[in-house]
Design a protein around this ligand. Structure first.
Ligand code: FES
Ligand code: FES
Length: 156
């Protein structure tokens, strides 16, 4: 039987502890242990970005982060962006620009955008493209996504 690890960390400002096998990914912990299903699992091998969350201030593919690496980390998921009653302004910008076509890639796109904008409040087009380069959109709606991020940055 696989030994379980107890992992304590913070999610969206709350302290949590889970007990999981060490090869459990952060994406699985979020979805299966904590019920935070806004984080999606697409490829499950670091290629699509659907599982993007912010870990210690940086956007990461949570399917590639294993339980022991999460210990003590500060994690933000799409559930921690905006609130129950109001969207985060970057989410609103996605809506305003028609940059939301499916529910699958969008949470990861938004998390990459939030991480970028917190580090660089006024990114150029190349920086926006670079920030979302790990997030695949099957319907190739990239122009609207890039516009949403840039308009949000310009309007602040
Ligand atoms: S599910 Fe993690 S990168 Fe695709
Ligand atoms: S909008 Fe989600 S895959 Fe294109």
């Amino acid at each position: 039987m696989t030994k379980e690890w107890q992992v304590r960390f913070r999610v969206n400002g709350n302290s949590v502890m889970v007990s999981v096998p060490p090869m459990t990914s952060l994406a699985e912990i979020l979805r299966q242990q904590l019920g935070l299903t806004g984080t999606k699992i697409g490829c499950n091998n670091g290629e699509c970005g659907a599982c993007t969350v912010i870990m210690n201030g940086k956007a990461v593919a949570s399917c590639l982060v294993l339980a022991p690496q999460v210990a003590g980390a500060d994690i933000r998921t799409i559930e921690g962006v905006g609130g129950d009653k109001a969207l985060h302004p970057i989410q609103q910008a996605f809506l305003d620009e028609g940059a939301v076509q499916c529910g699958y890639c969008t949470p990861g796109m938004v998390m990459s955008a939030v991480a970028l904008l917190e580090e660089n409040p006024n990114p150029g087009e190349a920086e926006v493209k670079d920030a979302i380069s790990g997030n695949l959109c099957r319907c190739t709606g990239y122009q609207k996504i890039i516009r949403a991020i840039r308009h949000y940055a310009a309007g602040r």
